[in-house]
Ligand binder design. Structure first.
Ligand code: M6R
Length: 369
């Protein structure tokens, strides 16, 4: 049932191009507009919304962090992303014009369920982004957009994450489309780019041998740090989470702009630092700032492992290891940049002799608070 792979995780990583395509399927009409009738929330209600709050845990929370950038950009509505386990205990400000989005692969995560119940009690509308048909979270929500990743067996979430991202982008674009924001025109172009993503993920998967080799070489290390900026920051957090879960290593993700506010003190000789670099063709300020971060940490002895767009020559001189990914618009880059980090963590776990599909102390679905 592992389809010839040693682990479910490897199979699920390989299934990502199809999973991403499946999540888009049937949601774009012939004219290139989005049709999300299945949401069950009428457009008139979506036009009334004045704030979005995303609640989720773990990897789904990282998808939600990325969604915040997309929603604010395409809808110009304020959006907050919060850990479901923190949300209801701080008495959040919600009303009937708040859209709460609960993101969950299993649909059974208790923290997320309790957060959505709290939101509904306050009168907010709840939209679930979920991978499991008929599970509790979508059943208790006002609306649902299913991700079509197929069953995910490995405890470490991979294809569910990519499809959560696609679903979040669809919701962000749809809200932009329905509300007629000035970015409305961008929707068609972004949808075309999204339709290419499956092929691009496929392409990334064919270039992973050097990543595996690099991971094997780091099996004796104690710490790996991850840096990113903008949507690259949640990608860094996700890379670190995968490594903790699977390799049982100390791994931490930072916002690159925070480096000099503390984390740079951790940089010492040969500490591996993975840096996610945004496209130089997108917001070039972000790109240039992160390139100087890479120079700074390298000057202090870090071993730099750089994930950058193919053809980004500015970064090459400072990368001890360069992992190239195809060009995507800045907001969509997590879809290609996360894949090498999944492969990296999986290979490090194997090299350290760990059980990949069933990491110690973890359950696939956390049904207690
Ligand atoms: O089923 P959910 O998406 O609600 O699960 C949320 C987290 O428990 C989950 O993403 C967890 O962090 C994964 N093991 C990460 O790989």
């Amino acid at each position: 049932e592992k389809g010839g792979y040693d682990y479910f995780m490897l199979k699920e990583i390989a299934e990502q191009p199809k999973a991403v395509a499946d999540t888009l399927l049937g949601r774009i009409d012939a004219s290139g507009s989005l049709t999300l009738d299945e949401l069950r929330l009428p457009d008139s209600e979506l036009r009334e919304i004045d704030k979005v709050v995303i609640v989720a845990c773990g990897t789904a929370y990282h998808a939600g962090m990325i969604a915040k950038y997309a929603i604010e950009h395409w809808t110009r509505m304020p959006c907050e992303t919060e850990l479901a386990s923190e949300f209801r205990y701080r008495d959040p400000i919600l009303d009937t014009r708040t859209l709460v989005i609960a993101v969950s692969q299993s649909g059974e995560t208790m923290d997320t369920l309790m957060a959505l119940r709290h939101a509904r009690e306050q009168g907010a509308k709840v939209l679930a982004i979920c991978n499991t048909n008929g599970s509790t979270i979508p059943r208790e929500s006002d609306a649902v957009l299913y991700t079509h990743a197929g069953p995910e067996v490995a405890v470490a979430s991979t294809k569910a994450f990519l499809t959560q991202l696609v679903a979040c982008y669809l919701v962000a674009l749809y809200l932009g489309q329905v509300r007629g924001t000035k970015w409305g025109d961008e929707v068609g172009a972004v949808i075309r780019e999204l339709s290419e993503i499956g092929t691009q993920v496929e392409e990334v998967l064919t270039t992973m041998e050097p990543v595996r080799e690099l991971a094997r070489g780091l099996a004796g290390k104690n710490t790996v740090l991850f840096l990113g900026r903008h949507v690259g920051f949640p990608v860094a957090l996700e890379g670190a989470l995968k490594l903790k879960e699977l390799a049982y290593m100390h791994a931490e993700g930072f916002a690159a702009g925070e480096l000099k506010h503390g984390p740079i003190a951790l940089i010492e000789d040969d500490v591996p630092v993975v840096v996610v670099v945004p496209s130089p063709r997108g917001r070039s300020v972000l790109h240039d700032k992160i390139v100087s971060n890479i120079q700074e940490i390298r000057a202090r002895g870090a071993r730099t492992i750089v994930i950058a767009e193919r053809g980004d020559e500015a970064v090459r001189p400072y990368a001890d290891h360069l992992i190239e990914v195809p060009h995507t618009p800045t907001l969509l880059q997590p879809l290609v940049a996360t894949v090498p980090l999944q492969v990296f963590a999986c290979e490090l776990a194997t090299a350290r002799g760990n059980e990949v599909d069933q990491p110690r102390n973890l359950a696939k679905s956390v049904t207690v608070e």
